[in-house]
Design a protein around this ligand. Sequence first.
Ligand code: NI
Length: 169
Amino acid sequence: MAKLNILTIPDKRLKTKAVAVEQFDSELVTLVADMLDTMYAAPGIGLAATQVDVHKRLVVLDISEDKDQPLCLINAKITKKTGHQLHEEGCLSVPNIYAKVKRAELIEVEAQNEKGEVFQLRAEGLLAICIQHELDHLEGIVFLDHLSPLKRKMALKKLEKEKQENEND
Ligand code: NI
């Protein structure tokens, strides 16, 4: 297993739209394992393939306290969305920036596992947020894109400032 490099904004590759996974082979199983490794090491609770420069419809998540409940969603589609929730989000591709984003409260998802088997999932609360956030990445969307232009500008300015400070260290 290997740790993969995570792209950070404003890297243009984060805007790539992912394509469906068609081959359920050993290469895919390795990619899922590497993505989980990378996510746990970061540490993060979700990672989309887009973030590691693989433009396939694949995300991994684990919102459990003990980090022992990995979830892999391949070719996932949200089939139902209900209600709203507002929660502060962060992203491994947008380091040190947090902002409140409005998401559906409850979602129903249809996806495939790494063997290609189709399954249904109902998610609410943090898991629902995390799935919506990760599936956005596959469309080339980061959570900052959901903010008002002013808030997004402020967040980007903060990010730029931190980058400069790091370079001066
Ligand atoms: Ni993210």
